[in-house]
Design a binder for this molecule. Structure first.
Ligand SMILES: C[S@@+](CC[C@H](N)C(=O)[O-])C[C@H]1O[C@@H](n2cnc3c(N)ncnc32)[C@H](O)[C@@H]1O
Length: 335
């Protein structure tokens, strides 16, 4: 259970890093938590402690006039929060600050859970397992990629260009594994750490060095999940492909028109009309504000291609997890 959430800061986390702390009722009887580990208080980063008293009621610690007149529905104090829980002690409603007692008009944040069950057990089949792999987008899309991998029909293999440390392919691999598949996943990457990659990995707690061969690390991250992974190390513009049909194509590195068009010519003929899912993780990258006009023009090549062949692709998802990714189903050949 989450107990501390450190705030954004520069440099490594240290004893002075601000955090929000979460406390739970851990009283137990006969080896069971009697109050289901219900949240009891939150400590905000500025040190303010907000206590959750019983009856799902919160009041600021130290507010003595509240201690004297504790009861439901006073609701006129700064930071007073009212929460509701379900029978599993899971938070379902968090009422917002407001003047006066909570009533039917008090705004609240509601939390809904996937309660689909099979054989008396919660079935979380579309949720990806957790992958502690540094990510440049794959982590944010993990649930989608897991569900996609799991739903593949076994009519072809998977190709990914731009795998880095495995954050985007690991959920696909887990989905295939959980579906009992043995379909091959082919990963293409140069796997050679750049300065920027070293920085991004460090920000996620993994130390790399510039020029490091990342293939061993990638294998360590992914092969333990799924053994049917084939690694092709090198520049994608030198990539080749046999004729095996491709059921899922993920592209997270061919932003440049030359690379993208080489990838299309290499892998496109193996896409299966009506079936292949094409995940273009950089599709909307060209919109990034830090890019020059010239870069924007170049990186819009994926969008231009899809728009010029709109009858060949059907868009099925966009900006998953807040990323630049757009996903298409391949309909028919553009050639
Ligand atoms: C954005 S990262 C991939 C991140 C990964 N998909 C994820 O979700 O964490 C792009 C990767 O592709 C590699 N790469 C970039 N351009 C490449 C190219 N033209 N050929 C081969 N690899 C390339 C980079 O070194 C890096 O490992």
């Amino acid at each position: 259970m989450l107990t501390k959430e450190y705030q954004e800061h520069n440099g490594a986390k240290d004893a002075n890093t601000w955090y929000v702390g979460y406390n739970y009722d851990e009283s137990a009887s006969g080896g069971e938590f009697t109050k289901g580990l219900r949240p009891t208080s939150i400590r905000y980063a500025d040190g303010r402690l907000v206590e959750d008293k019983d009856m799902h009621f919160c009041a600021p610690a130290g507010a003595d006039h509240h201690r004297r007149s504790r009861g439901r529905g006073r609701g006129n104090v700064l930071n007073e929060i009212v929460r509701e829980y379900n029978d599993l002690a899971m938070l379902v409603k968090e009422f917002q600050e407001h003047g006066g007692a909570k009533d039917a008009n008090t705004p609240y944040v509601g939390y809904n859970y996937d309660e689909s069950a099979a054989g008396g057990e919660f079935d979380r089949s579309e949720m990806s397992p957790c992958f502690p792999i540094p990510s440049m987008g794959g982590g944010q899309m993990a649930d989608f990629l897991y569900a996609t991998g799991k739903a593949l029909r076994g009519v072809g293999c998977v190709v990914e260009c731009g795998s880095w440390l495995g954050a985007s392919v690991a959920p696909v691999a887990a989905g295939l594994r959980d579906a009992g598949s043995t379909a091959a996943i082919h990963c293409y990457d140069r796997w050679r750490a750049t300065k920027e990659e070293v920085r991004k990995a460090a920000a996620q707690g993994v130390e790399l060095f510039e020029g490091q061969d990342l293939l061993p690390l990638f294998k360590e991250n992914v092969l333990a999940i799924y053994p049917h992974v084939v690694c092709h190390q090198g520049w994608t513009r030198e990539a080749t492909w046999r004729d095996d049909p491709i059921e899922l194509y993920i592209d997270d590195c061919n932003k440049d028109p030359e690379d993208f068009h080489h990838a299309l010519a290499t892998f496109g003929p193996a896409w299966i009309p009506g079936q292949t899912i094409v995940v273009l993780m950089d599709y909307e990258f060209y919109r990034k504000p830090h890019l020059s006009a010239e870069q924007r023009e170049r990186y819009a090549c994926q969008r231009r291609f899809i728009e010029e062949h709109a009858d060949c692709f059907e868009q099925i998802a966009a900006n998953i997890g807040g990323t630049s990714a757009v996903v298409f189903r391949y309909r028919k050949s553009w050639i």
